[in-house]
Design a protein around this ligand. Sequence first.
Ligand SMILES: Cc1ncc(COP(=O)(O)O)c(C=O)c1O
Length: 400
Amino acid sequence: MNTITTDTWKDRFGASVMRSLATPQLMLERGEGCYVWDVDGKQYLDFLAGIAVNSLGHAHPVLVDAVSQQIRTLAHVSNYFATPSQLELAERLCRLTGAGEAGRVYFGNSGAEANEAAFKLARLNRGNGSRTRIIALNNSFHGRTMGSLALTGKPPMREPFEPMPGGVEHIDTSTELLEETIDDTVAALFVEPIKGEAGVLDLPAGYLKRARELTEKHGVLLILDEIQTGIGRTGRWFGFEHAGITPDAITLAKGMAGGVPIGALVTFGWASELFTRGQHGSTFGGNPLATTAANAVLGEIEQAGLVANAAARGGQLRASIRSIDSELIGELRGSGLLIGVGLTEPVAEAVASACLDNGLIVNAPNDSSIRIAPPLIVGDAEITEFQRRFQAALAALASA
Ligand SMILES: Cc1ncc(COP(=O)(O)O)c(C=O)c1O
């Protein structure tokens, strides 16, 4: 019998889980579609999807069946052996990204690991030894491991763990600064197509196009962190497609396997030739269980037209937010089903908390932004329900 209730679990969590994590507000027990239930049986509409992870929502039968079948058949074999699902996924990612036959894929287990691989790729672009600099953006987020943290443009996250791996410089996000910074001493430029953790911040118009021109001219790798923006989330398969450019590499994780841990670095063209045998690897990376999960998720996204759904539902969701009469709602940012609601006052934590009280999961990436990232399967009924719950949460806050 399940004896965990809201009254009992928080103390146990506080005592046993590493203090690097704050004690969460809810303990969730099960999910189905766009809904989850806590240990007290309360239902929530999940418009965060594990931060852009549960692409197919919760307990989707296609994913459940694929993973169940695979774990009965072959869960893990090490990288001494190939497996059909790994090969299928590598080829599928080369096709979906447009990297095609010149593309290659490295598999890890998380976004941070995908960026670690990308960091190592950047180090391999040395030219004649003069390319020593890696450029990343202020306010960016690339993960919590040492390499991905070195890339992350948030000094308070980095400082307790200094010294960082060297050579990374952070710049503000303007095309003028790109023009000043990108030259033949740079090995790589790292950019998120939309800065998710910073509050779903869009890049300035034309930024990626100019970044592509400058990096191409100077032999610099353009590496896009698509960990949050990839896999259909923005209404295109990958964020870079909105800019009409081709990067040299992208990193993926989050939504790729619908909740089963996986990460990937996909290289395009000449970047595919940089790694040589023995230079990188991971015990679990690309194992049959995770790659089967990813194939199931990507196959379902293709088959059910969920990228187009993300584009259409994103528009619908924006209109539904706009129709809410609340002075707190400011600008809407992001693309497709990655939406940042800019608030007119720095009360995002209180808004997210009022949403929870009203049975709605969203989050507050900073003081004045709410992030909304529902599963890609979201439909009319869930959007109507979202509007009702979000409106109720904002009204409750206004009258508090
Ligand atoms: C853009 C981006 N890069 C990297 C990461 C790190 O991914 P992970 O938490 O899987 O290591 C995240 C996670 O939020 C992210 O949003």
